[in-house]
Design a protein around this ligand. Structure first.
Ligand SMILES: [Zn+2]
Ligand SMILES: [Zn+2]
Length: 151
């Protein structure tokens, strides 16, 4: 009797499955206005075609990088999307400036890519991903109920 190995889905595969199960309407993932407030150091703001508005600060976005390396790292450290790394008390206190991209640019018509000041630029933030991680009250309400508020 032989068993097939248990297939372990990667977080990305699971996210893809979730996306397939609950597709978002096209207008919910079509940005009408995209503001990347680099000079102000604020973050990213998107007005969606369905009238919804989203905003994220850069630190949150850096900690929500959707590249495989960062997804893996968060999984290993038990961090949620957007949750910063725990600061170890054993390390010498060092000032770490808040994350900010040096630049940002569109990837085709479906995503945004940031060139972070720490040199990282592997994450492709698709409109769909961004809409799914919207941090507005409305969208985070259900998550807060079960998992506690972010920050
Ligand atoms: Zn990354
Ligand atoms: Zn929202």
């Amino acid at each position: 009797m032989s068993h097939e190995g248990i297939r372990i889905s990667s977080p990305e595969e699971m996210a893809r499955e979730a996306e397939a199960e609950h597709p978002l309407p096209r207008i919910a993932i079509t940005p009408e206005k995209v503001r990347v407030l680099i000079t102000e150091g604020k973050g990213l703001e998107i007005d969606w075609a369905d009238g919804h508005r989203s905003a994220w600060n850069f630190a949150w976005l850096r900690n929500a990088c959707p590249c495989a390396t960062c997804v893996d790292e968060r999984k290993q450290q038990g961090r949620k999307t957007g949750q910063p790394k725990a600061k170890s008390a054993e390390l010498l206190p060092m000032y770490t400036p808040p994350s900010k991209p040096a630049s940002a640019h569109a990837v085709g018509r479906y995503a945004l890519q940031f060139n972070w000041q720490d040199g990282h630029s592997g994450g492709i933030y698709s409109w769909e991903y961004l809409r799914r991680v919207c941090q507005c009250r409305e969208c985070t309400f259900a998550a807060e109920e079960t998992a506690g508020a972010p920050n």
